[in-house]
Design a protein around this ligand. Structure first.
Ligand code: AMP
Ligand code: ZN
Length: 521
């Protein structure tokens, strides 16, 4: 079966064709490690996990790289404001290195909790300064780079088709960025879309994370004089050597500073995946700036196409606003776990919406996710105990379900539709179970199919099969209590609830999809 992918670059669903046989090379933008991830960020990582697992279930060999931004991401999307990590370090009275290390580890814990597969290679920006400087050197040689007061910038007017990922012309993108105040003006920048490749450490504040960058530039007299002035104002712009040559100046600098945010992803993705690779993914907020700039840097430097398919995940919203740190409308994973929700329910919630759709976060939706999981769990238990007679109908349902599930996944990773297929299967087989038309062997086959689906769902459904079951008597008591509640005999119903708690150590919860039980703590 062929996988169709919606490619932001072409704004079309396209049949996926890998560069090498059966291999998929994927780069996903990783976290900036200055704080805990919020569940909006995590929704994106779960969706990217679904994409990776889909390729794997279709037999592709995936090579997945995800970076850790441990330096250089400023508080604005562009090149102004403070470095997020240095800022957090100051606030928490730790070193920038400690902050980055701590939140990297917390991020790993979060993705492990949500059963997100770890990337095969997880490069850190601070360990790839050399590669970034080499890339800047190439851009300088090809005439894309220029020096202003606070750093080395990329001249976006020189890159053909700058902005093509956003579907906007150069002019329109410039206008969009100014009007949306997405980019603030920086003195000396040639175009509003220009961005920093390398920032000089400021003159008046000592940065904890900074590096030497020894580089030689050929400058006109006028350019040289300007930079000379900058170097007098900022000791981090060090002129090491000057040679005059036919009216030009060859100047050797040490630009003490740190990399721009975009350059890290260009440098690290190409280092590990090659100059051209299959898929680059991230959140939709990265289309007009971060990914647009990655393309300009990579293609500017190599002259080759950077990425064949760009995949962008939509936002998690709260009351129709993007969940974000700056709005303060966010939850972290630990917040939800502390409220008693399980990782499985949270993961299920994210996969129940398509990655290209916005998803509104509500506790009702989370409770519905809980009920859905419970339904799968009960179904698995029923299948385990199936002892009926085989029916042909079952075989055809099984076949149809597998085909449909995979078809939905192959259609731009349509997980909500794939889940609908799964729940349809549950409904149909439950009917057969009630009629005693599922044999022990059928039960096993149905379980096998669900565990196969779980390779993509990532819900660790096999754990449900290992669970001990409720004794018959307890099941009967639950039914009895349900009946009493329906009749409005709440006092008697509550007595049964107590009995279940004391005798069987289980607690009950009433949801709109029926009563579910859990082991008491
Ligand atoms: P950041 O650490 O801010 O670079 O964000 C990490 C990832 O999460 C990026 O791919 C963002 O696009 C994504 N992201 C940020 N906010 C949200 C949100 N509310 N919903 C979904 N993804 C988000
Ligand atoms: Zn990135």
């Amino acid at each position: 079966m062929r996988i169709k992918v919606f490619n932001t670059l072409t704004r079309k669903k396209q049949v996926f064709k890998p560069l090498n046989d059966n291999e998929v090379r994927i780069y996903t933008c990783g976290p900036t490690v200055y704080d805990y991830a919020h569940i909006g960020n995590l929704r994106t990582y779960v969706n990217e996990d679904i994409i990776r697992r889909t390729f794997e279930i279709f037999g592709y060999k995936v090579l997945h790289v995800m970076n850790i931004t441990d330096v250089g991401h400023l508080t604005s999307q562009a090149d102004t404001g403070e470095d997020k990590i240095e800022k957090a370090a100051k606030e928490k009275q730790k070193t920038a290195w400690e902050i980055a290390e701590y939140f990297t580890q917390e991020f790993f814990k979060d993705i492990e909790t949500l059963n997100i597969q770890k990337a095969h290679i997880i490069p850190k920006a601070t360990q790839h300064i050399k590669e970034m400087q080499e890339l800047i050197e190439k851009l300088k040689e090809k005439g894309y780079a220029y020096i202003i007061k606070d750093g080395i910038y990329y001249d976006t007017s020189k890159f053909k088709d700058y902005g093509k990922l956003s579907g906007m012309s150069f002019k329109k993108l410039n206008k969009y960025l100014i009007e949306g105040a997405r980019v603030e003006p920086v003195e000396g920048k040639r175009n509003i879309t220009d961005f920093a490749l390398w920032k000089f450490s400021p003159k008046d504040k000592k940065r904890q994370m900074e590096w030497d960058y020894i580089t030689e530039w050929k400058l006109s007299k006028e350019e040289y004089e300007k930079v000379l002035q900058f170097s007098k104002e900022n000791p981090n712009i060090k002129i090491l050597e000057v040679r005059e040559e036919n009216g030009y100046y060859r100047v050797k600098f040490n630009f003490v500073g740190f990399p721009g945010w975009h350059i890290e992803c260009s440098a690290m993705s190409m280092k590990y995946l090659g100059e051209t690779f299959d898929i680059h993914a991230g959140g939709i907020d990265h289309i007009p700036i971060h990914h647009t700039n990655e393309i300009a840097q990579s293609e500017g430097a190599t002259g080759k196409k950077f990425v064949n398919y760009w995949i962008h995940c939509n936002f998690l919203l709260v009351n129709n606003q993007k969940m974000s740190k700056s709005l303060g409308n966010y939850y972290t994973l630990r917040d939800l776990l502390e409220k008693g929700y399980s990782w499985r329910e949270i993961r299920f919630l994210f996969i129940s919406a398509h990655y290209r759709e916005e998803q509104n976060f509500t506790f009702e939706a989370l409770n519905a996710a809980k009920a859905s999981i419970e339904r799968i769990r009960n179904f698995l238990h029923s299948l385990k105990n199936a002892k009926g007679k085989h029916s042909k109908e079952f075989t055809s349902i099984l076949k149809k379900t597998k085909k449909e599930f995979l078809k939905n996944l192959a259609d731009d990773f349509n997980m909500p539709k794939a889940l609908a297929t799964l729940f349809n299967f549950i409904t149909e087989v439950n009917k057969l179970l009630a009629e005693n038309k599922i044999s022990e062997r059928d039960g096993k086959k149905a379980i096998e199919l669900i565990l196969f689906f779980d390779k993509v769902l990532g819900l660790k459904l096999d754990e449900f099969l290992k669970e001990e079951e409720l004794p018959e008597e307890a099941k009967k008591l639950i039914e009895e209590r349900d009946r009493l509640r329906k009749e409005g005999r709440f006092e008697e119903a509550d007595k049964i609830r107590e009995e279940l708690r004391n005798k069987y150590k289980i607690v009950l919860e009433d949801t709109d999809k029926g009563t579910i039980w859990k082991k008491a703590d």
